[in-house]
Design a protein around this ligand. Structure first.
Ligand SMILES: NC(=O)c1ccc[n+]([C@@H]2O[C@H](COP(=O)([O-])OP(=O)(O)OC[C@H]3O[C@@H](n4cnc5c(N)ncnc54)[C@H](OP(=O)(O)O)[C@@H]3O)[C@@H](O)[C@H]2O)c1
Length: 267
């Protein structure tokens, strides 16, 4: 007998009717995940600290027919992440997918970087993920939901270069560890946790590398020189992996950091 996934492999990627909570929804990856999931019929709660940009993304999501709600917030405290969960439950009655696409960087050599800036990066990239995991994961466990969590790591979680990344690299190494720990803690509940680790992609975060700034241009060139596929990433390069990790296709995949990097980490 031919099973359904072999007869109809696209059914493995079916996310129609699933409810996705996405933070950093105004950013490049948040927007990309929102539109791709929305286009496939998922219902969206888009969370962002940027009111006007969030309104633009929400308008795009509605334009492609996605059921969309918005919330102005960032995952800075447990009260805020619990409020995000509540907003999704109030709107849709459930949450199936959690995408943590909020994050930031503050490059600088350690001798120039303030402790406060180091802490800001750790808070945005690690604390936010942990607080979201706590709020939504607790709900998943208590309600027997086989949720799917997607974190945003980076090739910087594995590579120390470029110098000047003591905050960012540390935060992404922690994201990789958090992905593995949550995956093992939650496997028995049927919850999967994975991360995507991109190389340089065009976004607000990397805008300084695409302008006239000399250090930015040098950083971009150095990155490009190490990418076998010979170009930097665009958000369209990433959404296929995101859909995989948020759909039934990845039900036997958890605790993984998936490199979407043009071959950067292969070399
Ligand atoms: N672009 C790349 O080259 C690249 C490479 C590797 C990894 N990543 C990772 O991918 C994730 C998304 O980045 P992106 O490229 O989409 O960048 P982006 O366009 O700048 O989006 C990041 C979003 O994070 C939110 N944010 C900004 N500062 C924050 C803070 N202090 N606390 C909490 N949230 C904050 C903002 O969203 P709201 O205003 O909507 O809240 C912002 O739009 C990040 O974790 C980033 O480290 C990016």
């Amino acid at each position: 007998m031919i099973s359904e996934p072999l007869r109809n492999p696209l059914s493995l990627f079916d996310v129609k009717g699933k409810v996705a909570l996405i933070t950093g929804a105004s950013g490049a990856f948040g927007r990309g995940c929102a539109l791709a999931l929305g286009a496939l019929g998922a219902k969206l709660l888009l969370v962002s600290g940027s009111k006007d940009e969030l309104a633009e993304v929400a308008a795009e999501a509605k334009e492609i027919g996605a059921e969309t709600r918005t919330m102005i917030a960032r995952p800075d405290s447990l009260a805020e992440t619990q409020a995000m969960l509540k907003a999704a439950l109030d709107a849709y009655g459930r949450v199936d997918q959690l995408v943590v696409a909020s994050g930031m960087n503050k490059p600088g050599f350690i001798q120039d970087l303030s402790y406060e800036d180091w802490q800001k990066v750790m808070d945005a990239n690690v604390r936010g993920s942990w607080l979201l995991a706590k709020a939504v994961g607790t709900y998943w466990i208590e309600n027997k939901v086989h949720g799917k969590m997607l974190l945003m790591s980076s090739v910087r979680g594995r590579h120390g270069n470029y110098s000047g990344y003591t905050s960012y690299c540390t935060s992404k190494g922690a994201t990789d560890a958090l992905t593995r720990v949550l995956a093992t803690e939650w496997a028995k509940y049927g919850i999967t946790v994975n991360a995507i680790a991109p190389t340089v992609f065009r976004s607000k975060l990397t805008a300084w590398m695409y302008g006239d700034d000399e250090v930015g241009q040098a950083t971009k060139a150095r990155s490009l020189s190490r990418i076998p596929l010979g170009r930097l990433g665009e958000v369209e390069d990433l959404v296929g992996m995101a859909i995989y990790l948020l759909s039934p296709a990845s039900d036997f995949c958890t605790g993984q950091v998936m490199y979407v990097d043009g071959g950067y980490t292969a070399g």
